[in-house]
Design a protein around this ligand. Structure first.
Ligand code: ADP
Ligand code: MG
Length: 696
């Protein structure tokens, strides 16, 4: 690993900023791929300009730049220091206002009557379409740029795109002098038509054109999947032959619990429960994935499995990705066990507990005073020593790194492999699941409880809000509860979208004070989050305004309305997952998707959610609609994120990579042959540095 400090212009401060975006070395830097590319398009006629986009227009200045005099200087205290220069331009289709901040010198350099190309973001200022802070080009100068692609990276406050570009350009040069060797065997590169490594790396950052970019991308996507699959297979080769050291026999407690439930298990749940019981009693240790759409009742399966392990004299652990969810599982189990007079004791272990509480928890775990341990990542801390741990379950597996699931499963005595059960709601087709979870047996819960009424959906624009609030008011009258989702925590200059803090304030003025309205977001302290969730689940709060922190797992069956603001900003799969928070009880539930954009494609995309409540269908429609043109856009799926490959979009490359991995391992399982040595070395590096970071 080479430090990025050796790059020109990267000092201590820049180094820290780079660390914030996950770059700790030159290697990291080179593999920080652009989020998207800025393509300089031909100027558009003013008539066709739309708010919100970056666009270029070509035309004549009809009003030279002049300093704006604020109309109400006394109200304008905050903007006092900002010097605003305004101008107006025209082409044959219309006129457009332009403004710049803090560039008073433009008054001297630009005259009315001259022609320029202006490129910038267009928004509404005082009801008028206005281009803000555009870059200025001569006509010939812009012409040269047309169709150039500029990489855009994910940044952090203080780090500019320009700084990243500069660093990467230097790094590429360094890399070239060292010329990392191609490690994909020739035969594979030929067969799957993959570009050479150094070319691909350079091109992904600075492509000449779209065609070249696609060639580079294909190579990098293939490589990402290929390494992942190979690494996983290597990790798991051992698993396949691991003996079951923790055999478990069926017990009466689980069957009694099932009988005592207020509902009967669905057939799908029964089938999966049977598969799990069989696994636990078999020769080989269990490694099973339970896949089921949101609300299909995976938690019940997890609880039954935990109980079976406990009744067999083992400890069992359940790990959830958020503290809110872990606590909810804990309370759910506690209550269930109390109601059914089950004497097994669950324990909650989370990061926000005090040092003293944790210490006590470690003790009772080590002494086996508790059988069932529920927690967050806190479970995989070094300090946690289990006693006769026989089973680990991860809920919402796609939120964890592969490595985290590994570590938990290695918590058994003498690191002896324990039974592993993995819960996931990721809507991927079975063929892909088999590749991505290659080592696991897969059970599918393909049925929702019959008592459920399908969620009623609607896609609306912001004008619908008053109506929505009246509807919400009504539901609250009936005793129901509401989630409102906003994409952001607080106001931001970069993005125009609803935020949790302001929205909550606004709602408080709208509803009577009898309606309790609170907010929840990821930046709150875990204790505060827990308290809010706790109160919401006891109906002490009626409206919860939240970011997507509530996306996973949360279960408050009395909540019947979910309203999503700026729904266009979320991926469909994510919206579907969010929607899964309602429709969990007997009452009719509703989902209101408010679109902040009236673009045809946006509405068409959201309509898919309107038409279907089926996660598989939604994911595949999303894929179909996005099409290859969107490859460069911001990731939509929000799940199963690789660095560059997209499980849905690049499904065929995933298949190819899997095929290639099979071919290689068949010939040379240990990767010892001369032509595979470079690859073998790479895989080792990958296993230690990268694999764990992939959420799957
Ligand atoms: P998920 O699969 O998304 O994790 P949960 O396990 O949280 O879903 O279940 C959602 C809700 O459905 C819970 O309130 C749970 O008690 C209930 N539930 C689970 N199984 C059934 C069933 N067979 N019939 C009716 N309700 C069920
Ligand atoms: Mg769940």
């Amino acid at each position: 690993m080479t430090s990025i400090r050796q790059l020109k212009g990267v000092g201590e401060k820049a180094e820290q900023l780079f660390q914030k975006i996950g770059v700790n070395s030159i290697e990291d830097l080179l593999h920080t791929y652009p989020r998207t590319y800025d393509i300089y398009k031909k100027p558009v006629p003013i008539k066709e300009i739309r708010a919100g986009n970056i666009q270029a227009v070509e035309g004549m200045l009809i009003k030279a730049p002049e300093m704006r005099t604020p109309s109400h200087p006394e109200n304008n205290t905050t903007k006092k220091s900002a010097k605003v220069v305004q101008a107006v331009m025209r082409d044959s289709t219309g006129t457009l206002a332009i403004m710049w901040f803090n560039m008073p010198f433009l008054q001297k350099t630009m005259r009315a009557g001259c022609r320029f190309v202006f490129r910038g973001k267009v928004g509404f200022k005082a009801g008028k379409l206005t281009m803000e802070q555009p870059k200025i080009y001569g006509l010939a100068e812009y012409d040269e740029l047309v169709n150039e692609m500029q990489p855009i990276y994910s940044l952090t406050m203080g780090l500019t795109n320009h700084a990243v570009i500069k660093a990467i350009k230097q790094a590429l040069e360094l890399e070239q002098t060292q010329m990392r060797r191609e490690y994909l065997p020739d035969s594979i590169r030929k067969k799957y038509q993959l570009a050479e490594y150094n070319f691909a790396l350079k091109t992904i950052h600075f492509p000449k054109d779209m065609k070249e970019l696609m060639i580079a991308r294909r190579r990098l996507v293939f490589e990402e999947f290929f390494l992942f699959i190979l690494a996983l297979r290597k990790l798991r080769q051992a698993n396949d032959i691991t003996k079951n050291q923790y055999p478990m026999q069926p017990v009466s407690a689980t069957e009694k619990l099932i009988e005592g439930l207020p509902f009967s298990l669905t057939n799908a749940q029964k089938k999966v429960w049977k598969e799990i019981k069989r696994d636990l009693a078999e020769e080989k240790v269990m490694n099973r994935l339970v896949q089921g759409d949101v609300g299909s009742g995976k938690t019940m399966i997890a609880i039954l499995t935990l109980l079976e392990a406990a009744e067999n004299g083992y400890q069992a652990a359940l790990m959830a990705p958020t503290e809110v969810l872990a606590r909810q599982h804990y309370e759910n189990i506690l209550e269930l066990f109390q109601t059914h007079h089950i004497l097994r004791k669950p324990l909650l272990l989370t990061g926000s507990m005090t040092a003293k509480e944790k210490k006590e928890a470690y003790e009772v775990i080590a002494n086996h005073e508790v059988d069932i341990i529920i927690g967050t990542h806190a479970l995989i801390q070094e300090k946690v020593k289990f006693h006769r741990l026989g089973l680990v379950i991860t809920d919402e597996q796609h939120r964890f790194g592969v490595r985290q699931r590994e570590i938990l499963s290695e918590k058994g005595e003498e690191k002896e492999a324990v039974h592993v059960l993995v819960m996931s709601a990721t809507p991927i087709p079975r063929t892909l699941a088999i590749i991505l979870y290659g080592d696991l047996d897969i059970s599918v819960i393909d049925e929702l409880p019959a008592s459920r009424l399908p969620i009623k959906n609607c896609v609306v624009d912001t004008n619908y809000r008053p109506k929505a609030y009246r509807f919400i008011e009504n539901e609250i009258q009936k005793g129901r509860q509401i989630y409102i989702i906003c994409p952001m925590v607080e106001e931001s200059e970069q993005m125009e979208a609803e935020n949790v803090l302001d929205y909550t304030q606004m709602l408080k003025t709208h509803f009577s004070s009898a309606v309790q309205i609170e907010y929840l977001h990821g930046r709150m302290k875990p204790k505060e989050k827990n308290e809010i969730m706790e109160r919401f689940s006891r109906n002490k709060i009626q409206i919860l305004v939240s970011t997507t922190v509530i996306e996973v797992g949360v279960n408050v069956p009395n909540a019947t309305v979910m309203m999503v603001e700026n729904a266009e900003r979320f991926g469909l799969a994510q919206l579907h997952q969010l929607r899964g928070r309602v429709g969990r009880g007997k009452e009719q539930s509703y989902c209101i998707f408010v679109s902040g954009s009236d673009k045809k494609e946006t509405l068409e995309r959201l309509e898919i959610l309107n038409k279907s409540n089926d996660g598989f269908f939604i994911a595949s429609e999303d894929l179909r609609l996005r099409g290859p043109g969107d490859l460069l856009g911001i990731r939509q799926s929000g799940i199963m994120e690789f660095k560059i490959g997209d499980v849905f979009m690049d499904a065929n490359i995933l298949q190819e990579a899997s095929e290639a991995a099979n071919e290689i391992l068949k010939q040379d399982a240990e990767l010892l042959k001369e032509e595979h040595q470079e690859l073998g070395r790479y895989i080792e590096e990958y296993l230690t540095n990268t694999l764990g970071k992939i959420n799957l």
